[in-house]
Design a protein around this ligand. Structure first.
Ligand SMILES: Cc1cc2nc3c(=O)[nH]c(=O)nc-3n(C[C@H](O)[C@H](O)[C@H](O)COP(=O)(O)OP(=O)(O)OC[C@H]3O[C@@H](n4cnc5c(N)ncnc54)[C@H](O)[C@@H]3O)c2cc1C
Length: 397
């Protein structure tokens, strides 16, 4: 008896690795195709909500993850202008008790590596690097994949597009639409904790809210590094997205100076400690409106390919991990056709990811508010504090 064709997964970022891992745990062989010639998981720190950590724990990745991740004790939100505390949310034990998993902060490369190591141990996935998908066609037997540097088409029983913001697979599912530039930029840096004043060396997440600006920082890599992100509104946008879009030091300095004019000295001093920033122009797409945007026939989308979002809920990778778990659970139902299984996945996911995309956009407006909206937000934080900052609808999901 011939073994069934594998499920093809295009893109070996966090979403693609998570998909291959979850499928493998469900007994499904996959083939990962990645355009890069080698794994160079770039980026900086990311936050993983308990909704993501719970799934990673179920996949047996949690132990390795915790060797490099940090478990912040709390999230402290402060006013960027005068350093006043606006709210505090206890996290570590409180999240474990409430959601069955903690909130972790981790370097993206460490998360990528933990997923990859788990996948290697599973032996359910082949990986081909340096394969850039060009075109996809659906056939009665499955899916045919055509790559840029190969004449030979590859066959699969189904295709999962985990190929990020500029997804090629997306064209097959919902046609061409360019991602939207938000007008927001993220400037990111990692600072060695040992070089920082004691006040910054805390096992907690910090967030500072100013007009047209917010700053987030947290420890990563076992607490040896502080990940700092300054998010600003700018008048120009990049033509490409990426972890390190070229933007001159002078442009970055001008942006920071303009947006941080009213900021307190404490914050300015932190920013001044950064020798070099990496720039990220933030793009997203309008929130998903139906299951049809996540799957078509034997092709499904996952992660940023399906629902890129602004990082203001810190859930892009989290949603990709949730997608992967959901996809694998629906793919297990062998009595259904491939099309029906992928449709069930899309129907189970679309409203959740849409809600997260919408809330991320809304948070951008709230975090950067000015005038009356800012005063109302601060007053609400004073009264509602931890309750407003916690998100059971998200973390318990
Ligand atoms: C500033 C910032 C902060 C963030 N913070 C957080 C956070 O705190 N928490 C969180 O959960 N998320 C966060 N995110 C979002 C998160 O990083 C992404 O949502 C997540 O990494 C997306 O993973 P992905 O695998 O879907 O896509 P990607 O990481 O983009 O991976 C796509 C992969 O596909 C490959 N590929 C692309 N096209 C092709 C092709 N044609 N053929 C073959 N391969 C291809 C690419 O090389 C890449 O390896 C943040 C994002 C930004 C910008």
């Amino acid at each position: 008896m011939t073994s069934p064709l594998p499920v093809a997964v295009v893109g070996a970022g966090i979403g693609g690795l998570a998909a291959a891992l979850a499928l493998g745990r469900a007994g499904v062989n996959s083939h990962l195709y990645e355009q890069s010639a080698r794994f160079e998981e770039a980026g900086a720190g990311i936050g993983l909500g308990p909704n993501a950590v719970r799934r990673l724990d179920e996949w047996g990745v949690g132990k390795a993850l915790r060797e490099t991740a940090c478990m912040p004790l709390a999230l402290q939100v402060r006013n960027a202008d005068d350093a006043r505390e606006l709210g505090r949310l206890p996290m570590a034990d409180a999240f474990q008790a409430r959601y069955g998993a903690p909130y972790l902060t981790i370097h993206r490369a460490d998360l990528h590596d933990s997923l990859w190591q788990a996948l290697c141990r599973q032996s359910t996935c082949d990986l081909t690097l340096h394969q850039r998908l060009r075109e996809v066609s659906q056939t009665p037997a499955g899916v045919e994949l055509h790559f840029e540097n190969s004449e030979l088409a590859q066959q699969a029983q189904a295709l999962v597009g985990a190929d990020g913001l500029y997804s090629q697979v997306r064209r097959t599912v919902c046609g061409e639409q360019a991602p939207e530039a938000s007008g927001h930029w993220a400037y990111r840096a990692m600072l060695p904790m040992q070089d920082l004043p004691v006040a910054w060396r805390k096992l907690q997440m910090g967030m500072w809210l100013g007009s047209g600006l917010h700053v987030v920082h947290y420890p990563v890599r076992g607490g040896e590094w502080l990940n700092v992100v300054v998010l600003v509104e700018a008048t120009d946008t990049a033509t490409t997205a990426g972890w390190d879009v070229s933007r001159t030091s002078a442009q970055i300095a001008a942006d920071l100076q303009r947006c941080m004019q009213a900021s307190c000295n404490e914050l300015k001093e932190l920013v001044a400690l950064v020798p070099q920033w990496r720039a990220w122009c933030l793009f997203d797409r309008p929130p998903v409106v139906s299951a049809a945007q996540l799957a078509r026939g034997k092709v499904a989308l996952l992660g940023d390919a399906a629902h890129p979002m602004l990082p203001y809920l810190a859930q892009g990778a989290g949603m990709a991990i949730e997608d992967a778990a959901c996809l694998a659970s629906h793919w297990q139902n062998a009595s259904l056709s491939a099309e029906q299984r992928l449709l069930n996945y899309a129907q189970a996911r679309w409203s959740r990811v849409s809600q997260v995309q919408q809330r991320a956009r809304r948070n951008g407006r709230i975090f950067h508010a000015d005038g009356l909206l800012r005063s109302a937000r601060d007053a609400a934080m004073k009264v509602g504090g931890a309750r407003l900052m916690d998100m059971p609808w998200l973390y318990a999901g």
